[in-house]
Ligand binder design. Structure first.
Ligand code: 6PG
Length: 248
């Protein structure tokens, strides 16, 4: 199952998955800060990552993260107010930001107070300022989830956002939730130095089996197309989500 540059870590349950991902997050943070002085992370939205953010906010982990050198970005955002229940910013704020001493200037939320296209353009400008001089931004870590249709970030199957080759940030639309989105593009995800997928629950077993099985055109699925040229992809999967994976 594990190919070059891809590692699958099967954890007993969502709590064990969050702890394993938090341990790997801390190791990566220390390595990145030692190497470049900063640790840049694109955060995942949805509900699964809440467990990881809660772990990072808990005593034992929060003292280990170099928050002063850590810069938090978002991989995608729903175009709703930052205090709306569906907001990915709100989910991170409530589960992590209120519990750790991270400087406000290190928190780079997506712009949802303007038209989505303008929000995407503003966020791309902010990324280009932070990752000055790069053809594409190289995040030290990109956190991602997996939707039951194989989407990741807000790159949905068949969406124009999925085939964007030049821009770093574009708009998208979720048919399931009917919300406009802002999302990092596939080239940005594929320039990451490291990617963690966080996948938990029986409802993800089917799609995860597709992503890892060649005959199902897994490369057509957005999540199956995250293959950083230089970076390692680590799938943190709980037992229930792993039920359709070949145990090779
Ligand atoms: C979002 C996420 C999205 C999410 C998947 C899985 O904004 O919803 O970016 O890609 O990661 O839909 O969501 P769950 O973790 O809630 O299953």
């Amino acid at each position: 199952m594990a190919e070059a540059g891809v590692e699958v870590r099967i954890c007993a349950d969502p709590e064990a998955l969050s702890r394993a991902a938090a341990e790997a997050f801390v190791i990566l943070a220390e390595k990145s800060v030692r190497r470049s002085g900063t640790f840049s992370v694109a955060l995942a939205g949805g509900s699964t990552p809440r467990g990881l953010y809660g772990a990072l906010a808990s005593p034992g982990f929060r003292e280990q993260v170099p928050w002063l050198q850590t810069h938090l970005f978002w991989g995608d955002e729903r175009c709703v107010s930052p205090n709306h229940e569906a907001s990915n910013y709100k989910m991170v704020h409530d589960s992590l930001l209120v519990h750790v001493d991270i400087p406000v200037e290190n928190i780079h939320a997506m712009h949802v107070d303007v038209d989505p296209r303008q929000g995407a353009a503003l966020y791309e400008a902010e990324l280009r300022a932070f990752f000055a001089g790069m053809t594409f931004p190289v995040f030290d870590l990109v956190l991602l989830g997996l939707g039951r249709d194989g989407h990741t970030a807000s790159l949905f199957p068949g969406s124009p956002a999925l085939v964007e080759k030049a821009r770093w940030v574009v708009t998208s639309h979720s048919l399931e939730t009917g919300t406009d989105r802002i999302t990092l593009t596939l080239p940005v995800l594929n320039h990451a130095a490291a990617v963690f997928f966080l996948v938990a629950g029986k409802s993800k077993a089917e799609i995860l089996g597709h992503v890892f099985s060649e005959e199902n055109q897994c490369r057509e699925l957005p999540a199956g197309r995250v293959r950083p040229d230089q970076g390692l992809v680590t799938w943190f999967v709980d037992e229930r989500a792993s039920e359709k994976l070949a145990r090779s």
